[in-house]
Design a protein around this ligand. Structure first.
Ligand SMILES: [Zn+2]
Length: 345
């Protein structure tokens, strides 16, 4: 799903989230015939209040509209400027379009993942939560179980809040240790509430966690949960910010590791006949396009083969035993938390 109007999702001069990322990426894939031959580019349409109202209160939508008129701030890092709301509606429309296309074709890709917006709040560069809207739209269409796999470096607090008491959506998030990064949520003990207990799963990754730590987390938590929950559709969201080059985060994924991660999730979905909507738009610094290419190549099952002007770096330059040990301790603790709901993972 792509529309040139996405470029209006931009927070202004000097902000790490600029809207040119979308046009730059679309220009870059022109250089990769093996990607292009696998894709049909479809234009989404902006989501109206009926769709956005699935995840957000009408008073919040009204408040955002009023803020836009005076270029006000939703939070210290998230300014709503004229045009922002229409662009956010386009992102939501694209993600809803992606889950619809995934149901038909098995796989769809879009620019989405505004996971820091909750029912009555927006922050962290996120105005409307497209992931939550897309999942709620599926539930409304009679799809019973939706799994959200959030691999963004920042924990998806908005998505978590919206589904915290909802057993229809299994929300699994791999993110940098919340003690060390915004939004400061996503501990292993946050497992949901009421009916939703067990349907929120947080995997905090140690600072500098790299390819092997992500591989272990996917293998030991994410894949077994796909089998236990047996979702009717999977939404993966998250862009290039777990890369070690990202300027806002402190994780250690290489491009190969990022590609392997999305590829492993896509292959698991494909092997089980589960449709997958793959959404990405985050990433900060100079490696956004390459990171997104790695994501898409992984998801499409293509070998990672990306031309980089400044050469490639393989593996994880830290790769210390202490990082691995911290990861294993976290997984042990998480499995203990999850045992009452999912048995032995
Ligand atoms: Zn992020």
């Amino acid at each position: 799903m792509y529309h040139p109007a996405l470029a209006a999702y931009d927070f202004g001069e000097g902000h790490p989230f600029s809207g040119e990322r979308f046009t730059r990426f679309m220009a870059a894939i022109e250089g990769y015939p093996d990607i292009l031959s696998r894709l049909t580019v479809t234009e989404p349409s902006p989501a109206g209040d009926d769709l956005i109202g699935l995840a957000h209160s009408l008073s919040y939508i009204e408040m955002v509209r009023a803020l836009e008129r005076r270029s006000g701030y939703l939070s210290v890092d998230t300014r709503v400027m004229p045009g922002s709301v229409e662009a956010a509606r386009m992102i939501v429309g694209a993600s809803v379009g992606a889950v619809t296309a995934a149901r038909r074709h098995g796989l769809a890709l879009s620019f989405g993942g505004l996971h820091h917006a909750g029912r009555d709040y927006g922050e962290g560069f996120c105005i409307f939560n497209d992931v939550a809207v897309a999942a709620l739209h599926l539930l409304q269409s009679g799809i019973e179980r939706v799994m959200v796999i959030d691999t963004d470096a920042h924990q998806g607090n908005g998505t978590m809040d919206i589904f915290y008491e909802d057993p229809r959506v299994l929300f699994v998030s791999l993110h940098q240790d919340p003690m060390t990064l915004y939004p400061g949520t996503g501990f292993v003990t946050q497992v949901g509430k009421g009916e939703g207990k067990g349907f929120t799963v947080n995997v905090p990754m140690p600072v500098r966690a790299g390819d092997s730590e992500f591989r272990i987390a996917i293998r030991e938590i994410v894949i077994p949960l796909i089998d236990r929950f047996s979702p009717r559709l999977i939404i993966r969201n998250g862009g290039s910010d777990p890369l070690k080059d990202d300027i806002l985060t402190d994780l250690g994924l290489s491009l190969d590791g990022l590609s392997l991660m999305t590829g492993t999730i896509a292959a698991a979905a494909r092997d089980r006949g589960i449709p997958l909507a793959d959404l990405f738009l985050s990433g900060y610094g100079s490696r956004i396009t390459e990171g997104w290419l790695a994501i898409v190549r992984g998801t499409l099952g293509l070998p990672i083969d990306i031309a980089l002007p400044d050469g490639r770096e393989y593996g994880n330059r830290w790769n210390a035993d202490s990082i691995r040990d911290a990861m294993l301790r976290t997984l042990e603790q998480l499995k203990r938390e999850l045992r009452p709901y999912w048995g032995d993972l």
